[in-house]
Design a binder for this molecule. Sequence first.
Ligand SMILES: [Zn+2]
Ligand SMILES: [Zn+2]
Length: 266
Amino acid sequence: MIRLLAQSLGSPAGLESILFVATIVVCWAAESVHAHAGSRRKYKRARINSSFVIIALPIQIVMGGFCAGVASYVTMHHWGLLYLVPWHESALIKYGLMFVFLDFLDYVYHYIMHHVPLLWKLHLVHHTDRGMDVSTTVREHPGETCVRNGFLIVWVVLSGASLEILLARQAVETLSNILSHSSFRLPASVARVLGWALITPNLHHVHHHARLPYTDMNYGDVFSIWDRMFTTLSDLPAPATEFGLDTHLPREGDDSFLRGLAMPFC
Ligand SMILES: [Zn+2]
Ligand SMILES: [Zn+2]
């Protein structure tokens, strides 16, 4: 496992993982400074949320490596919808269109996670964080890590995405995910303009509101256009937003890593 980890860290995917961790740490520190050295609550949530990474990491390395192999295979054998598109050799189609299509598939994935009861049991762990900051980004049940990578492998076979586009998309998606979970909100006027095309922190905060219908809104990953198209876009001012999940609202002191791990089975 250690050799696998070392090999992985030397790869482009490994470098992205290092950048991912570095970005989260810098953003989390900025949030702490802004919140005046944060609070014991923020530290506790960071400890719980980062514990999920320890279990997710080996799953991510093994399944991510397999997904990279599948992407190379489909590119070599010209599998997938990409090859049905005229001028698929052009950079605009190969990278631009494919990036947008993969974003649509991520919207579909997120919608499925909310609407298939068995999968929702895994995904709700992400939603049960009673606060919101960049550490929430990594709060993912290991069962969801398996499902997410499984879906990505299916999306690669379906779309014909190459390893290059997967890595490029991963870099943009990671940055977008970290920023959208940040406790920093954009001024309303800026958020309104950016929100026409992109998922802003303001929009993703709505998705983390404790009550329906807001929990089932704003599924988008990088672009907000899918939510606009399928009428799942919604807005909610900061004072009205309560983070968590009304069906699983333990007192804040009761949240723990082991409780989160057991949650899908309770
Ligand atoms: Zn969700
Ligand atoms: Zn989220």
